[in-house]
Ligand binder design. Structure first.
Ligand code: 5PN
Ligand code: ZN
Ligand code: ZN
Length: 268
């Protein structure tokens, strides 16, 4: 555990209106926010938590989110900076299947894939207001078939190599790599805590709290399946950080992201 290293893979940025980032609160206006994935180098293997968004998908389906992503900010590009290739990743865990968290899954046919047991069924049959969030189904042949969107599948993506192990409740993925069930934003959403030998744990809120201000004000994003569960999950994240003495890191907070280590710099 003491040699656990965490790298943030910068995946570029997107734009939303402030009233989406801060539901029913705003202020309105364009907010550009970061998207990133989390690579955990661990004694038990290399774990990738989420895979960012696919630029072509966003340009095709949500161009109004104005994606900015260089080649270095694609998943293969960010891994290459670390001297790694997709095949070097052992396990891909998805916090949930919104398009900005699963766009690079297509690069990992060989990896073991894990998510909450309700997230693939939800992608197959989303609520009407979730259709845009669950619009990138390239990560799952099963979901693409269920939605009639097999045109999104990359050549070589099959049911056999895109099937997930479904988990529920809190899960320890590897020693000191802990997933906390924080539903509300999505039906099977997870936040992530990583423990180290020589420093405070890091608690990644993922989309339970897009920004620090979201958590302080208990103001969730407008995208959610159960806003009451979302508030409960934000309170749970706050309590977990306090109980474990963890440093919090937010999923979509540009001001804080600018202070985070990216590229070859790491935590651990
Ligand atoms: C970045 C972003 N944009 C739109 C949606 C949505 O409809 O559900 C989730 C989501 C996003 O994370
Ligand atoms: Zn989300
Ligand atoms: Zn997100």
């Amino acid at each position: 555990m003491s040699d656990t290293k965490v790298y943030l893979l910068d995946g570029g940025s997107l734009v939303l209106d402030g009233f989406h980032v801060f539901w029913n609160k705003g202020p309105g206006g364009e907010v550009r926010f970061p998207v990133y994935s989390i690579l955990i180098e661990h004694a038990e293997g290399r774990f990738l938590i989420d895979t960012g968004y696919d630029y072509d998908h966003v340009m095709k389906v949500l161009p109004f989110e104005k994606p900015m992503q260089t080649k270095e900010q694609t998943i293969p590009g960010a891994l290459a900076k670390l001297g790694l290739e997709p095949k070097d990743i052992d396990v891909v865990f998805n916090s949930h299947f919104h398009f900005d968290h699963c766009g690079g899954n297509k690069y990992f046919p060989h990896a073991k894939k894990i998510c909450h047991k309700l997230e693939v069924p939800q992608t197959c049959n989303p609520q009407p207001f979730e259709v845009l969030g669950y619009s990138d189904v390239s990560f799952s042949a099963e979901a693409a078939e269920a939605r009639g969107m097999t045109d999104q599948l990359m050549e070589g993506t099959t049911v056999a190599n895109s099937t997930f192990e479904g988990v529920e409740g809190d899960v320890e993925l590897a020693k000191g790599v802990k997933l906390f069930f924080t539903p509300g934003h999505s039906i099977g959403h997870y936040s992530l805590m990583v423990e180290f030998g020589n420093r405070a744990p890091i608690l990644f809120t993922i989309d339970a709290a897009y920004t620090q201000k979201s958590l302080v004000t208990l103001c969730q994003a407008s995208f959610h399946i159960d806003p009451v569960a979302g508030v409960n999950s934000m309170n749970r994240v706050k309590q977990l950080a306090e109980d474990h003495g963890a440093d919090l890191m937010f999923s979509h907070d540009m001001e804080n992201f600018k202070t985070y280590r990216t590229g070859t710099q790491f935590y651990g």
